[in-house]
Ligand binder design. Structure first.
Ligand code: AMP
Length: 194
């Protein structure tokens, strides 16, 4: 079994969403820290990103934030985290987040979250890595996306069974249990190919 020491969290940078999403994200951050796992995130203080980080910090968890310099003001860079890494571009952010993480999870989010999610899922589809990816389906938020993916599979536009690419979990405790049982990657990722 793999020892998952760090989990990358992709999620919303919006403060306008219903408070229930922010509370669920904060609680999820607490669960990651309680499991002794490092949180890797986009280093914003805004939206679910800030909530996850603050939940993890509240429980004494290690948190690594990665932010492009040009977004520091817009996303209110969270300098209270253990490691605050400023990079030069969006691509550098994705690459560093990838390199620092043993697994990935996708919480409710908008277009930026979808971009990050599909990048890491399609890298897996291209066999560029074998790290596990989890879609956290809080309140069935991702049901429309899952329907679309089913449609793609039915019409034979997918190269893989989606269950080989990512796992759907209902909540934080289910995700933490899945991480504990995750198989070791079958090969090492080569980040120079990303
Ligand atoms: P959103 O889901 O739109 O609230 O965005 C969540 C996070 O994704 C924010 O930190 C954005 O900076 C980031 N993001 C937005 N677009 C991209 C992109 N093309 N590549 C990488 N990250 C992005």
């Amino acid at each position: 079994m793999a020892e998952i020491k760090s989990l990358c969290v992709y999620c919303s940078a919006s403060n306008s969403v219903d408070e229930s999403y922010l509370l669920a994200a904060k609680d999820f951050g607490r669960s990651i820290a309680n499991a002794g796992i490092t949180t890797v995130f986009g280093a914003g203080s805004v939206g679910l990103m800030g909530a996850v980080a603050n939940g993890a910090l509240e429980k004494g968890g290690k948190v690594i934030g990665v932010i492009p310099e040009h977004l520091e003001r817009r996303e209110l860079g969270h300098r209270g985290v253990g490691e605050y890494l400023v990079v030069s571009s969006m691509h550098a952010r994705k690459q560093v987040m990838f390199e620092r993480s043993d697994a990935f999870c996708i919480l409710p989010g908008g277009l930026g979250t979808l971009d990050e999610a599909f990048e890491v899922i399609t890298w897996r589809q291209l066999r560029l890595h074998d790290k596990p990816i989890y879609l956290l389906n809080i309140n069935n938020f991702w049901a429309p996306l899952l329907s679309l993916i089913e449609h793609l599979a039915k019409e034979r536009f997918l190269h893989d069974d989606p269950s080989n690419l990512f796992h759907v979990v209902a909540d934080g405790p289910e995700l933490i249990a899945a991480l504990a049982a995750a198989p070791s990657p079958r090969f090492e990722a080569d980040a120079s190919l990303l």
